[in-house]
Design a protein around this ligand. Structure first.
Ligand SMILES: C=C1C[C@]23C[C@H]1CC[C@H]2[C@@]12CCC[C@@](C)(C(=O)O1)[C@H]2[C@@H]3C(=O)O
Ligand SMILES: O=C(O)CCC(=O)C(=O)O
Ligand SMILES: [Fe+2]
Length: 382
């Protein structure tokens, strides 16, 4: 088992003294028309994209697996097993989320980011909360600013999308809520189906898993994250969303027709994940599936590149365990693996998020049975 922290990226382990998000975010906000990029947005050369995706058109050839959700159960399970093990990222088609719903979310999302500043300020993310406008949580691990802004809504089953969006509604009408909630419900249904198929593909028996851990179809939590990347004339010098893995089981992402998502598979260069078709979704394996599968499926490192001329909106559905569920390698996975040793201890998702917000890419090692000697030393980062 290779060390999970053997990331080829030099992550800064110390957060800058003043996180570049929250109240001062919009005060120091970028102006997309600025002739030259403000220094704070210029990233060190080794962290910059090797090219910007401006001239790449949808349907560009790629060998990333495509999962057809209309396939029979057996084909679906084996396709997913292969995609999760070999890639950690894949496309899904025939997933059942209607194209017109996707288009409405896209339209409302763009409307959301074009709201006037004082309206956005009312829904700014507060310290200790995920919800609202702001830079992504991980921005505090980087000493440069990201060329993006985000809006996070925590959803199903105790939907607070209504609360987050109601802070934005002018008057009593909440014009964002309905469409975001409908999309959240639709994508979580897809995520639930995928999770069942992925776990069953690993030999997990669903009733036992439900008793010992959680009901992946009835109890999973969701968040809906919108990321907006304004056009950036010097896109090659900055980073839209820096390299990270998601703390999820699975993440379903729609990037519209504008490319920008890149993935890093171990031992390979960064690779673009081009938009495949207007309705295809990209699925990423997250940290929790890595634990449930006892490291057989690894969460995939990814990042987003800004574009020189085109604005980009990504619509990201995050699927993760309920707060009180026990996360640990699934029993059946341990029983069929050669060494039978769990790589990870049991923990709760909240504990994981706490570790992630402190140790970032070192968080998973915190829950490993043996701290790898070459890993991040906790003393170093605390
Ligand atoms: C349910 C989640 C998962 C979160 C935190 C919370 C809500 C927003 C998610 C993201 C979305 C953007 C990247 C990320 C790294 C971030 O900064 O915020 C994600 C993070 C995680 O996957 O760790
Ligand atoms: O915008 C993208 O393509 C990536 C977004 C992402 O990775 C995230 O929100 O977690
Ligand atoms: Fe992500």
């Amino acid at each position: 088992m290779p060390s999970l922290v053997a990331s080829p990226l030099p992550f800064p382990h110390v957060a800058p003294s003043k996180p570049p998000f929250l109240e001062d975010l919009y005060a120091n906000y970028f102006t997309p028309t600025t002739p030259s990029l403000p220094t704070a947005y210029i990233w060190p050369e080794h962290d910059r994209p090797s090219s910007t995706p401006d001239d790449i058109e949808p349907s560009q050839a790629t060998d990333i697996p495509v999962i057809n959700m209309a396939d029979d159960d057996h084909t679906l399970k084996s396709g997913l097993a292969n995609a999760c093990e070999q890639w950690g990222v894949f496309y899904i088609m025939n997933h059942g989320v209607p194209l017109d719903l996707l288009e409405s979310v896209r339209q409302k999302g763009l409307e959301l980011f074009s709201l006037p500043l004082n309206t956005k300020m009312r829904a700014l993310r507060k310290e200790g909360s995920f919800e609202g406008f702001g830079k992504a949580m991980i921005s505090k691990f980087f000493d440069r600013l990201m060329w993006s802004e985000g809006f996070t809504m925590m959803g199903h089953p105790t939907s607070s999308i209504a609360d987050t969006t109601s802070k934005l509604s002018l008057g009593s009408e909440n014009k964002f809520r309905e469409v975001f909630e409908e999309y959240d419900r639709a994508t979580q249904k897809v995520a639930a189906r995928l999770m069942r198929a992925v776990l069953e593909g690993l030999g997990v028996e669903m009733e036992g898993f439900k008793e010992r851990q959680y009901d992946v179809e009835g109890e999973a939590q969701s968040a809906l994250q919108l990321n907006y990347y304004a056009p950036c004339p010097q896109a090659h010098m900055t980073m839209g969303l820096p390299a990270h893995t998601d703390s999820t089981c699975l993440t379903l992402l729609h990037q519209g027709l504008v490319p920008g998502l890149e993935v890093l598979r171990p031992g390979r260069p960064w690779m673009l994940v081009p938009p495949l078709s207007p309705s295809a979704l990209v699925v990423n394996v997250g940290d929790m599936l890595q634990v449930l599968s006892n490291g057989r499926y690894k969460s995939i490192m990814h990042r987003a590149i800004a574009n020189k001329r085109r604005e980009r909106l990504s619509i990201v559905s995050l699927c993760f365990p309920p707060m009180n569920a026990t996360i640990a390698p699934a029993e059946e996975v341990l029983n069929c693996s050669q060494d039978r040793q769990p790589l990870y201890k049991s923990f709760k998702w909240g504990e994981y998020m706490h570790a992630k917000s402190k140790y970032f890419m070192g968080a998973l090692d915190h829950f490993k049975y043996q701290q790898p000697l070459d890993g991040i030393s906790l003393a170093q980062v605390s």
